[in-house]
Structure formats: structure tokens, C-alpha cells
Ligand binder design. Structure first.
Ligand SMILES: Nc1nc2c(ncn2[C@@H]2O[C@H](COP(=O)(O)OP(=O)(O)OP(=O)(O)O)[C@@H](O)[C@H]2O)c(=O)[nH]1
Length: 507
């Protein structure tokens, strides 16, 4: 048997509530919550005190207290349970007697909340201040149940604390809803954090891309499917000479075109190109176009496909300023095919043109004429007046002979004092006439070095395809041999290469 409880000396009502009715019962009723109890109290308050305390009402109070849906209990100043209503058994599986006999906190409260409960109980007993808190109880079947506990002090009329009254209500479904809500909020927070993370990543990616595009030398322009500017880099502004302060975002392509068309040599050709590209779904090959200023640009474009589906999200245009490349290429080509002294086409270009003209002539059934030219008496100019004087002779001669050569005829310096003229669609008569003009032109030139004036002459050999077979080499060999014939005959003349049916002719 346990030691005598602290309330052993208190009125019987606390030892066996609702069995003996006294002043304690009235106090208990005064503290009871719930409309039913209050109603009873009001009714009883209107009756004489003897009636209220009378045995006929004991049952009412007891039934009223026991009829609560939640747990109602009374805890003594020693922390032991004095009384509990039958709901305790319904909700927890433990009957009131068992809870009274044992440490009800140990038996009833879930181990995770037990220390907290004991601490709260201790404060309550020490201070007698009402308190509300929530805890988990451990049902007899092992299940956990959330309860809201409302603690009220039960006092004597003189204010002395007699016991603590506890009302416990089942809040399991509310707690589950709260948990559910917390889960939902947590899931939302996770989703938000994830989307913020992706947004940040996407912003960083955009900044990286933008920085990259701004160091690219090509002008880059993104248009949306409605032909409005979405993005363009710095180089785009520079290439098209647009003021950096001018925002192009959202501008329609036609407006943009209007701003730059005057810069171009052939704006209508460029507009046609743009139209063709936009109408096609294929990537466009780079197309070259020229600015009035002399600059050369290329334009290429392709659709930007959407992540899914056939619809494009827009179009990218790339503009490259290739002026420097074109200039360098032209210079290289010039170096490769021109004689630097006279600026005439060189031997390399001569062979290319010879092959091409022979092929064209064969296709058209037309003859190709070749005049091999070698100067007479050039070496003495060098020897007497120096190499520079010889150069001057070569340059002036190239200019003068170039003037007697027709537009469709091509004049070459093959090296040293050797020159050649290629004549497409030539007849023997025309070639002889040209040879006459050339020899006359060269012989007519006068060069003054110091006090002396000198002249040179030229010997020409004429070969004529198809009369001379053997392809390019055959033609060149025949013209050279004819030229030597002219030279050995005294120079300042021309000779036709012999052919089966073609007699040689001399000046
Ligand atoms: N100044 C100058 N002389 C050159 C150049 N290339 C070759 N020569 C010279 O041209 C001369 C050509 O020699 P030849 O063909 O014997 O001169 P030529 O006196 O006309 O003799 P024939 O052809 O036999 O009539 C040589 O002295 C070369 O050094 C050049 O670019 N500049």
C-alpha cells in the first residue's frame, strides 16, 4: 500500500469525488467547463444552498462530470491522480483505477513528452497558475494520441490550492492536419528552393552567354518568331554602325533593315537575300555583301529549334566583317599571280589561262593564239646603265604594250625579258596584226639614261591552236621556236610556228 496521499486530511470530496458532496464539490462545479455544467450550476445557484448540497444533486454533478467527451481529471498536490472520468478509459485504454494506483504520467504520457509533462506539472503545483499545453499520450494498445491539456487550480474559499483540475481533449486529427500542412509547406518550400536554384543557374548561364557573345567579333542577332529583336551583342552594333545607346530590343526586322540599308552597295540584293533566308527553314550559307565604305560582310542564319516540337523559338543571324580577310586574300592572290615589277600577270597565271582558253576554244570550236615575246638587246641596257635602268625599260614597255592589247587579250610577263600574249577566238590574220602592233610599239619606245637615249626591240613567235597540237606545252614550245626563228633572223619581227597547212609569215 502506498504512503498516505497529501490530501488525506482534506474533505472527503477530494478522496471520492461526487460521492460525498461538500464545499469542495461546489468549487469543482464552479471550475467545470462546458455548457452543460454551467447550465446546471446556474440552475442550482438559483436554489437554496441546502438544495445545492443535497444528495439529489450529487448524482447530477457526478453524471455531468463523467459525461464529458474529453478526459476530466483531478490531480492532487502530490502529483497523483485523484479522479478521472470514464472517458479516460475510452480514449486511452487505461481505466481510472489503474491510473490512480500508478504514476499516471509514467503510464499515460508518451516517453518523448514525459519529462516536459512532469516539469509543467511541477510548475503548476508550485504556482497554481492555469496552463495549457499539448502532449502525446501512449494508449494502452501502443498507439500515440495527441491531447490538448488545460490545467486549472482548484482552491479553497480562502485561496489555498487544493488540487489541479485537468481537461484533456483529443486533438489527434488536428495534429495530423497540422502535420499534413507542415509537410505541404515543406514540399512547397523545397519546390520553391529548387526553382530559385534553377532560376539562379539560368541567370548565371545567361550572363556567361552574354559575356561570351560580347567578346565574339561576329555580330550576333537573335530574332523571335514574330521577327522582333530578342538579343544582339556589342559587335552587332559595331558592325552596323549603330549607336550603343539605341536599344534594339523588341524592334521589328523591317525597322532594323531601314536603319542600315543605306550603308550597302546593293540594298535590294541584300533585302532579297534576307527574304529568301527567312522563307527557308534550312541554315543559310554565308553570303557576302559590300558596304559603300568598302567594307565586306558575310551574313549567315539558322533557325533556333524549340526544346520540343517542330516550332522554332526564333532565328539567329551572324554577321562577320571579312574586309581584312578579303584584302589579305586579294593581296596573296596578287602576289601569287602577278609580276611585282610590272604588275602584269606572271607565268603561273599564264599557264592557268592557257589551259582555260584552250579548253574554251575547243568547246566553242575557236582557235587560241599565243604570242611569245622576247626583247632584243635588253642585256646591254642592264650592263651599261644598271639594273634599275633595265627595270625602267621593262615597266615602261609593259605599260606601252598593255595599251595595244585588247580587252579580251591577256598580256603576261613570264620572267626576265620574256613576255606573252594570249588571244582567244583568234584568227591568223588578227594574230599577225597584233604582232605588228606589238613590235611597232616596242621599237618606238625611247629610254633616256643620263645623256644617252636607247631603244630595244622585240622578237615574236606566234603559235596557233588547233593548228599546233600537243596541248598547252605543245603550243608554248611551238611559239618559242618561232620566236627564236624571228630572233635569229635579226629580231624586231615575228614568225608563225610552222604547221602542216600553215606557212610561216615574216614581217
Ligand atoms: N633589270 C632587270 N634585268 C633583268 C630582270 N630579269 C632578267 N634580267 C636580265 O635580262 C637579261 C636577259 O638576257 P638576254 O635575254 O640574254 O638579253 P638580251 O640582251 O635581250 O639577249 P637576247 O634575248 O639574246 O636578245 C639578263 O641580263 C638578265 O639579268 C629584271 O627583272 N630586271
Amino acid at each position: 500500500m502506498a504512503a498516505a496521499p497529501a490530501w488525506a486530511g482534506l474533505p472527503e470530496v477530494f478522496m471520492s469525488p461526487f460521492v460525498t458532496v461538500g464545499a469542495g464539490l461546489a468549487t469543482l462545479c464552479g471550475l467545470a467547463s462546458g455548457g452543460y455544467i454551467l447550465m446546471l450550476r446556474q440552475r442550482l445557484a438559483a436554489q437554496p444552498a441546502a438544495d445545492v448540497a443535497g444528495p439529489s444533486h450529487d448524482r447530477h454533478f457526478r453524471l455531468a462530470a463523467e459525461a464529458g467527451r474529453g478526459i476530466e481529471g483531478l490531480v492532487g498536490l502530490d502529483g497523483c491522480l485523484i479522479w478521472a472520468n470514464p472517458a479516460v478509459e475510452r480514449l486511452t485504454g487505461h481505466d481510472a483505477a489503474a491510473l490512480k494506483a500508478a504514476d499516471f504520467v509514467e503510464l499515460l504520457v508518451c516517453d518523448r513528452d514525459r519529462a516536459f509533462c512532469r516539469q509543467q506539472l511541477q510548475v503548476l503545483l508550485e504556482t497554481g497558475v492555469p496552463a495549457d499545453f499539448e502532449l502525446r499520450i501512449q494508449r494502452r494498445d501502443g498507439a500515440t494520441l495527441w491531447m490538448a491539456c488545460h490545467w486549472l487550480p482548484v482552491r479553497e474559499e480562502d485561496g489555498r490550492l487544493l488540487s489541479l483540475r485537468v481537461s484533456m481533449e483529443d486533438i489527434q486529427s488536428r495534429k495530423e492536419a497540422e502535420y499534413q500542412q507542415l509537410e505541404t509547406v515543406a514540399a512547397l518550400r523545397r519546390a520553391q528552393a529548387l526553382s530559385e536554384h534553377y532560376l539562379r543557374r539560368s541567370n548565371e548561364e545567361r550572363l556567361r552567354l552574354s559575356a561570351l557573345l560580347d567578346v565574339v567579333r561576329a555580330g550576333i542577332l537573335f530574332m523571335d518568331p514574330d521577327h522582333r529583336v530578342v538579343y544582339c551583342n556589342q559587335a552587332f552594333y559595331e558592325i552596323w554602325g549603330l549607336p550603343p545607346s539605341k536599344s534594339l530590343m523588341g524592334m521589328r526586322d523591317v525597322m532594323l533593315q531601314r536603319m542600315v540599308m543605306d550603308l550597302l552597295v546593293e540594298p535590294e540584293v541584300f533585302l532579297k537575300h534576307l527574304k529568301d533566308v527567312v522563307e527557308s527553314r534550312q541554315p543559310s550559307e554565308p553570303v557576302e555583301f559590300h558596304f559603300r565604305s568598302g567594307r565586306v560582310l558575310t551574313s549567315s542564319s539558322r533557325l533556333v529549334p524549340a526544346p520540343e516540337g517542330p516550332r522554332a523559338i526564333g532565328r539567329i543571324w551572324v554577321f562577320e566583317d571579312v574586309t581584312a580577310q578579303r584584302l589579305a586574300a586579294r593581296q596573296l592572290q596578287q602576289m601569287a599571280e602577278r609580276d611585282p615589277l610590272t604588275n602584269l600577270y606572271n607565268r603561273r597565271r599564264f599557264h592557268e589561262e592557257l589551259v582555260r582558253m584552250l579548253a574554251d576554244g575547243q568547246r566553242r570550236g575557236e582557235g587560241v593564239g599565243l604570242l611569245a615575246i622576247d626583247l632584243d638587246g635588253f642585256k646591254p641596257v642592264n650592263d651599261r646603265f644598271g639594273h634599275q635602268a633595265g627595270d625602267e625599260v621593262l615597266v615602261r614597255l609593259a605599260t606601252a604594250v598593255g595599251a595595244v592589247v585588247r580587252r579580251n587579250e591577256m598580256f603576261f610577263r613570264l620572267g626576265g625579258d620574256e613576255f606573252a600574249i594570249l588571244v582567244p577566238s583568234a584568227t591568223a590574220l588578227e594574230l599577225a596584226e597584233l604582232a605588228r602592233r606589238v613590235t611597232g610599239c616596242v621599237a618606238g619606245l625611247r629610254f633616256t639614261f643620263g645623256d644617252e637615249t636607247v631603244a630595244v626591240t622585240a622578237s615574236l613567235g606566234i603559235a596557233f591552236s588547233p593548228q599546233q597540237g600537243g596541248g598547252p606545252e605543245g603550243l608554248v614550245g611551238a611559239a618559242d621556236r618561232a620566236m627564236y626563228v624571228a630572233k635569229t633572223q635579226g629580231g624586231n619581227r615575228w614568225a608563225f610556228a610552222p604547221a602542216e597547212s600553215h606557212a610561216q609569215s615574216l614581217a
